[in-house]
Write a new protein. Structure first.
Lengths: 409, 409
């Protein structure tokens, strides 16, 4: 039983084909694909003329606001293949004291399994279901694995999840609780990815690594669609996005292009700020060097595990979007990240995750160096609930039988 | 900056007065109140004829779906007093495998600070702000304190939070991270409440204990309003509600009455099931004994800390609502609670909190004993995100340098 028509109504779909993000080579829709023949991500293409004719913006605006309202711009053909745990439109929370008068945090921690990974995985799992996949493996720093486990479990797909040994305990336990088999590997996320890749090559499972299947990006794209709707089709001046694999940044950039073609938004774009941690900043290094690709970052280390990604298969797509937007790639140190998390919680009552804190730290730095102006409308992405991350010890003992100095409390 | 008109538009308000829930004695609106003169909760009353004339249902339905859409049925007079961290309408998630075909979980873990306590506290804090309160103290099993800390911090009100020593570490840390001073007391929540009450009597702070100020119930009422809107003004057959202080159950019951007076719903009501833990079931004991009030439960113990409430000041209101509805008060054991949490996560991919698990355990029991039918449309309240609670250890070590038997994964 569902009361949400977005999950139950049959709707026309408009996918025409997939294409290689590097060469433009064309691939058939409705077939199982990994990377393109040159080892790069595939992008889903739509008949946007068809969407324009059949799904006017006002029609979509009249629907409930969850992720599935965007169905005509999503790849899932049959309503029966939709999987859902309640993918609500995430709220924009002002942080006037720790950020500024024009800063809004898109609080992605409200999604199922507590992170924006739900957007990508709900779509990828629905497509895996549609295409008959029965076993999936994935490397993860934590949140993606939790989202995969939840959605795959929901539709009876078997999952193997590999995490770097530094992955927080709560993430590992959450993944297991939601029905996946989970392993800790003594290495980084790309070491986990290598094991997943080997098994996929041997036909043991389908590889769900970031951008190695074509549909997570379509799910993440909804962040861009939602922002446009929330800003009443006039995008903010800048977006600060915590960038590991970069699927969300690539996805939003794709969404903006699709919406412009549809006539839903104009040609103006936000400056895209790809935010990384100083201890793992391959995109920043490539951006500053003017390179199209980013080399692997050795000895990656940061408190923000979600952006501890030494090598991204979509590096060139991230770099292109950032450059086209007039934005920049920025690295921030762990102390600035932790201070931003602490300030935001203590001053504005919003507990961000470290990766979210990194965007606030980067915004502060961008303000200081004049990359953005205080009058600019800015969106920071808090990609997960702060509750999954370690917080400082607290709680002073009080003896109810003793003499309590109430004035001292 | 906010893009949500619910938070920025001035709207008419309709509070006429407050009244004692026991005697009906009348109290002035727009003044600071605690309990009534006989020590019972105060209820807020509205000019519902005025609401009917000025705020038709269709007008409210056209607004964004967050909690503040219900403004004409809420006590906050001035828009400037609204405090918000993005109180979204929480989704209804089907759990067909662990629950059944007609079971929906209202996933309150999506609210700010990860629990339904945000509903009550956002309202109480906004009213405290409106009425000039500068310092608040509260006893809490965890989640209420976190919500209080976040909202009070946001509008510069000082907060003291007292927790039983058994309160999970994550809750205590979250409260402190969000700017409150937090203490652990060697006792139960009512022992904490006694200390808070003493300080309030001495004029040191305002007492924010459950139902001891009149506005948390108005915030929790929105659960009932939301359910009606989500079910298109035809309520479900049964609601299973984890019952500690019972504010939400009382609030929903009040909401149903107000909506019937407004002509928004008919006279049909869901059967209300007040769910408690076998280790702390004062309401169940009173219900079964036919009493109007519930005696304190000694040596309370359960894994579901949120319903470890030995004595509820609104006991008679809970008991009345349950009886009027034709529902019942039910206790479930910790093993059944933990099994329900585990089943729901492993089968349906939804990680509930133990209190949410208690409602699933109670539903199963009610189904078995014929109190509800499998065809009945049923709502279970998952009152907080499962991420705040201990999960079993997981994660098998895998050596990337070693020989990995991929077939064995």
């Amino acid at each position: 039983m569902s009361l949400n028509p977005n999950l139950t109504a049959e709707r026309p779909t408009f996918v025409t084909h997939l294409e290689c993000s590097m060469t433009g080579e064309r691939y058939e829709a409705d077939q199982l694909h990994g990377l393109s023949s040159v080892g790069r991500p595939l992008l889903v293409r739509y008949d946007l003329d068809g969407v324009r004719a059949m799904a006017p913006r006002a029609m979509i605006e009249a629907r409930p606001t969850d992720l599935w309202r965007w169905r005509e711009l999503l790849p899932v053909r049959r309503t029966a293949d939709i999987v859902s745990l309640g993918e609500i439109e995430t709220p924009l929370v002002p942080i006037p004291k720790s950020g500024g008068p024009n800063v809004l945090v898109k609080d992605e921690g409200r999604l199922p399994t507590g992170s924006f990974k739900a957007r990508g995985l709900v779509m990828a799992v629905a497509m895996a279901k549609a295409l008959g996949v029965t076993k999936i493996a994935m490397p993860t720093n934590g949140n993606a694995g939790a989202a995969l486990a939840a959605y795959a479990t929901r539709c009876g797909i078997e999952t193997i999840v590999l995490c770097p040994e530094e992955t927080p305990e709560v993430n590992v336990r959450e993944i297991a609780a939601q029905g996946a088999r989970v392993y800790r590997v003594n290495g980084q996320i790309d070491d986990c990815g290598a094991i997943v890749g080997r098994g996929a090559a041997e036909g043991r499972w389908f590889d769900f690594s970031t951008l190695k299947e074509p549909y997570r990006i379509e799910g993440k794209k909804t962040m861009g669609l939602e922002l446009a709707a929330q800003f009443r089709w006039k995008l903010p001046q800048a977006i600060f996005y915590p960038t590991g694999g970069g699927t969300g940044l690539i996805g939003m950039w794709k969404a903006f292009a699709e919406m412009e073609t549809l006539g839903w938004i104009g040609p103006e774009r936000p400056k895209m700020f790809a935010v990384q941690a100083s201890g793992c900043a391959p995109i920043v290094r490539a951006f500053e060097a003017g390179e199209e690709h980013a080399e692997r970052w050795e000895d990656a280390a940061t408190v923000a595990a979600g952006i501890r990604v030494p090598k991204a298969v979509g590096d060139f797509l991230i770099l292109r979007a950032v450059r086209e937007s007039g934005g920049t790639a920025m690295a921030v140190g762990d102390p600035a990240i932790l201070k931003a998390v602490d300030d935001c919680a203590r001053q504005d009552g919003l507990l961000m995750c470290p990766e979210g804190g990194a965007t606030l730290a980067a915004y502060r730095e961008a303000l200081r160096t004049g990359l953005v102006d205080e009058d600019d409308r800015v969106v920071l992405f808090n990609c997960a609930t702060g509750l999954k991350y370690p917080m400082p010890e607290a709680g002073i003992a009080l003896d109810r039988h003793g003499e309590i100095d109430l004035g001292g409390l």
